[in-house]
Ligand binder design. Structure first.
Ligand SMILES: Cc1cc2nc3c(=O)[nH]c(=O)nc-3n(C[C@H](O)[C@H](O)[C@H](O)COP(=O)(O)O)c2cc1C
Length: 173
């Protein structure tokens, strides 16, 4: 099995989680290609990855929009993602994911009211017929642009290892 991981990130935290998840998959011998969403091609039916993993920062309790990305771009000299985000990438993807094994994650601040980009992505994928091998996962940042809480990279690597196990155990579709 191989995996494709596509992420969006403004300040770098979701990018760092993406690399740690890929390292966890690699720990269990699942080669994983990681792409920032702006350069990620849409997987085709003929070249479908065994597992598609998608991650994004939580903005306004869900996926980023042009407006929230512009707001983030006002905070720093350069953001990691410079164009469209996962929301727009999913618009192109949803017709092609029926039966695909997927997993989704986000970064968010701690709290009951923070919302979850991963939950939004997961709903769109399952509605389009994809299978989530594990529930959506959130990794916690300490604030809007102040980075990940300690231990979140190890949490992400461990989640990556669990993805490899669940994807391998899932029935063929
Ligand atoms: C415009 C904007 C809106 C945000 N809204 C939320 C939110 O509703 N809930 C939340 O948990 N975090 C929110 N955040 C904080 C982001 O989750 C945080 O910036 C992100 O996890 C950092 O990841 P990144 O470094 O990959 O961009 C918001 C950030 C921005 C810039």
């Amino acid at each position: 099995m191989t995996a494709l991981l596509v992420f969006e990130s403004m300040y770098g935290s979701t990018a760092a989680i993406a690399q740690a998840v890929a390292a966890g998959l690699a720990d269990l011998r699942v080669p994983t290609t990681v792409y920032e969403v702006g350069v990620a091609v849409i997987p085709s039916f003929s070249a479908s990855p065994g597992l598609l993993v998608i991650g994004a920062p939580t903005h306004q309790r869900g996926l980023s929009t042009t407006g929230t990305r512009d707001a983030a771009r006002g905070d720093v000299a350069e953001t990691v993602s410079r164009g469209d985000g996962v929301r727009e990438w999913l618009d192109q993807l949803v017709g092609r994911v029926s039966g695909m094994q997927t997993a989704v994650f986000d970064t968010a601040v701690a709290g009951r009211l923070s919302g979850s980009a991963a939950s939004t992505i997961g709903k769109r994928l399952t509605k389009a017929g994809a299978h989530l091998v594990v529930p959506p996962e959130s990794f916690t940042v300490s604030g809007r642009s102040s980075g990940l809480l300690p231990d979140e990279l190890e949490h992400a690597r461990s989640w990556g290892r669990s993805l490899a196990l669940f994807a391998a155990a899932a029935p063929a579709r």
